[in-house]
Design a protein around this ligand. Structure first.
Ligand code: NDP
Ligand code: 2IT
Length: 460
């Protein structure tokens, strides 16, 4: 047994370990080849099992078995035509994982890597994340193995319209409310929502992340990054510290990364890296003011590469690598799943890392998470740290239902309150002496509400 397994199961009884292994072997058999889904479920099962053994009602009712079997999985063909007139075919998905506490809710991802395993892990995580927000939202995720890179606006539009032609059957304001994720931003939501309106023949808040002109909420586009920083600030405040003066590593350069950098700056920290799938830039002076504006314009309007930033501002660009070798106080992985491996986690720790705020979903490999936990740093796992995005989506649904708009300040104040609440929930369920195991706190805190609703419904 290696160090990794030892630290992940430290303090857990032999019975709990056996129960996790037996549960996981069943899950693996039922879902062969779905590595990311196994990984997400195993982390939750490990932290939940001791609690469930003390509260056998959850085991007797097979709550975890039921929670890890999505309510339904829809897979469909998306045919469309490119600008040259060629017929193209992609695979579309919607995973409706659990609606025990509210209508299904979760983003759509357009990326060539999209498959069943990735979307099932995301839908499962979303179920617990949405529960943590305390808003009435179930868990879902969807998307397509479509690569938006290099496509014209018209090609993106045709793809989005074809995708929505099928998705429309499964969504609705009280049924399932999709939003954005990797490769799906305001442009794509506009095309999809516009097409939804043509088919559904009613104007309702059946999607979130909409443009401000057609029912979108202020602060939604900033919410994931801002929320992640509010959560990290809260963790640091609890130990008498704060983001002010901290050197921060950020990965990614999309929606979540951009607004994480923006809020790090507001809070007096210094974000020194950003990346994309080709490499990372290191700007020791900090990505701020005009430089951040350039980055946003580069990624959102010109749809260029991060290397262009290094060229413009004459800073370092490291091709083919991630930023985790740079010395820093805090790390904010904001690109994608499994973007920090064990060796990188150990390098970060050796360089004096104090905390991690996971803007991306499941960015740390299992062994990296174990290394952070064993080092007892302030480690904010994704389902707590990035819940601000979906929380403001929930607030967008409320505004749509009320047919009114709240001010920027109103939404931001509510977002801050929600992130504070999630932090308090994590402390309640995850405190271990002076240190807080935020993984345990988030998993338990998210689980209990969904599980209790499922218990109340009987065998469904
Ligand atoms: P964007 O599409 O706006 O940006 C994604 C960024 O991550 C890009 O810089 C992209 O680089 C990089 N990236 C994507 N895939 C990979 C990969 N396989 N390897 C290396 N880099 C990669 O997406 P978001 O910012 O919206 O999402 C980022 C993360 O945050 C995801 O994990 C998402 O699930 C999560 N998240 C998003 C929320 C939201 O509201 N948008 C809410 C909560 C979590 P490149 O351009 O080269 O592909
Ligand atoms: O992972 C996520 O929480 C999101 N992509 C946002 C989902 C949403 O419905 O706003």
């Amino acid at each position: 047994m290696g160090d990794t397994i030892m630290s992940a199961t430290a303090g857990i009884s032999a019975t709990a370990i056996e129960e996790v292994e037996s549960f996981m072997s069943g899950l693996r058999k039922r879902n062969p080849g779905e590595g990311e889904f196994h990984q997400a479920v195993e982390e939750v099962a490990r932290t939940l099992m001791p609690f469930m053994l003390e509260n056998p009602k959850y085991i007797d009712a097979m709550i975890l078995e039921r929670m890890t079997e999505p309510d339904r999985v829809v897979i469909f063909r998306v045919s469309w035509q490119d600008d040259a007139g060629n017929v193209r075919v992609n695979r579309g998905y919607r995973i409706q994982c659990n609606n025990a506490i509210g209508p299904y809710k979760g983003g759509l991802r357009f990326h060539p890597s999209v498959n069943l395993s990735i979307l099932k892990f995301l839908a499962f995580e979303q179920t617990l994340k949405n529960s943590l927000t305390t808003l009435p939202m179930g868990g879902a995720k969807g998307g397509a193995n479509f690569n938006p890179k290099g496509k014209s606006d018209r090609e993106i539009m045709r793809f989005c319209q074809s995708f929505m032609t099928e998705l429309v059957r499964y969504i609705g304001k009280d049924l399932d409310v999709p939003a954005g994720d990797i490769g799906v931003g305001e442009r794509e939501i506009g095309f999809m929502f516009g097409h939804y309106l043509r088919i559904a023949r009613e104007f309702t808040g059946a999607m979130t992340g909409k443009g401000l002109a057609f029912g979108g909420s202020l602060i939604r586009k900033e919410a994931t990054g801002f929320g992640c920083c509010y959560f990290v600030e809260e963790m640091l405040n609890r130990t008498g510290d704060g983001i002010k003066g901290k050197v921060c590593l950020v990965s990614g350069s999309g929606n979540v990364a951009q607004h994480t950098i923006e809020k790090i700056n507001h809070l007096g920290g210094k974000a020194v890296t950003a990346s994309d799938s080709d490499g990372f830039i290191h700007d020791p002076d900090g990505i701020r003011d005009e430089k951040l504006q350039f980055l946003m314009d580069l990624k959102n309007v010109k749809r260029g590469r991060i290397a262009d930033y290094a060229e413009k501002y004459k800073c370092a660009y490291v091709a083919g690598q991630r930023p985790w070798g740079v010395k820093a106080d805090l790390a904010f992985p904001c690109a994608t799943q499994n973007e920090i491996n064990e060796a990188e986690a150990r390098t970060l720790l050796k360089n004096g890392l104090k905390g991690v705020g996971e803007g991306a979903n499941m960015p740390s490999e299992e062994a990296a998470t174990d290394a952070f936990l064993a080092a007892k740093i302030l480690y904010a796992p994704s389902k707590a740290a990035n819940a601000g995005g979906v929380a403001v989506s929930g607030l967008e649904q409320t505004q749509n239902a009320q047919r009114l708009h709240w001010s920027r300040e109103e939404v931001d104040t509510k977002l801050q309150a929600i992130m504070k609440d999630i932090h308090a929930t994590c402390v309640k369920y995850g405190a271990e002496g002076d240190w807080v195991n935020y993984v345990k706190g988030a998993n338990l805190g998210g689980f209990v509400r969904v599980a209790d609703a499922m218990l109340a419904y009987g065998v469904v």
